[in-house]
Design a protein around this ligand. Structure first.
Ligand SMILES: C[S@@+](CC[C@H](N)C(=O)[O-])C[C@H]1O[C@@H](n2cnc3c(N)ncnc32)[C@H](O)[C@@H]1O
Length: 200
């Protein structure tokens, strides 16, 4: 099977076009897709493949662009992506994304606040991707760390594009005793941190 099948590429292209137009045509922020860049999508896919991610959790689905990249890795590993989105209009777009890409069975799309949703993973997640409102990132840190298994990976978007807003989150994540990581300067800046196993 192709790593990125044609029907997935087609839907990715559609969302990339939608996102590009949103950024120049005056679409209000609340209605924009605000998707990660293709390079960051490829980065998420590579990371998820590297760890054989089967249980992948996403905070902030929007139109489902980043989810598609994560879902390709989850499908190869025989797993799923659970993705949380609070905006009903975005949930509708995302449902069409996953259906048209042929990935609906690999994605559990939850029209739900991720604060509550993360709690159910409790050490079971291989990868948690945080891409929601910047003022909420600090509040997602502990729930995301708790959701990860040791060796699991936390990724968060916008660390360089919103460096000032996310300074508190960056400091807390990079100083966290259960995490080891860094900010990778690709796309809008991706914080990547591995959850450490307890020492013997
Ligand atoms: C930057 S966009 C996500 C873009 C998406 N990850 C992508 O790359 O295609 C952020 C999304 O998070 C959603 N969101 C904000 N707070 C949330 C929360 N507490 N739980 C779930 N979704 C949330 C917003 O409605 C918005 O659609």
């Amino acid at each position: 099977m192709d790593l990125i099948p044609a029907e997935v590429r087609t839907v990715m292209g559609r969302l990339e076009g939608h996102d590009r137009e949103d950024r120049v045509d005056g679409t209000p922020r609340s209605r924009r897709l605000r998707a990660v860049s293709p390079e960051v999508g490829q980065f998420l896919l590579t990371l998820a493949l590297a760890i054989g991610g089967r249980t992948i959790v996403e905070v902030g689905t929007s139109g489902g662009y980043s989810t598609l990249w994560l879902a390709l890795a989850a499908r190869r590993a025989g797993g799923r992506v659970t993705t949380f989105e609070v905006d009903p209009a975005k949930v509708e777009i995302a449902a069409a994304t996953f259906r048209d890409a042929g990935l609906a069975e690999v994605v559990d799309l939850r029209a739900q606040d991720a604060h509550a949703g993360l709690a159910e993973f409790d050490g079971a997640a291989d990868l948690v991707f945080v891409d929601a409102e910047k003022e909420d990132y600090e509040g997602f840190l502990e729930p995301a760390v708790r959701a990860l298994r040791p060796g699991g990976v936390l990724v968060a978007d916008n660390l360089t594009s919103h460096a000032e807003d996310l300074e508190g989150f960056r400091r807390a994540a990079l100083a966290h005793s259960d995490l080891a990581g860094l900010v990778v300067p690709i796309g809008r800046g991706e914080l990547v941190a591995v959850k450490l196993a307890p020492t013997a």
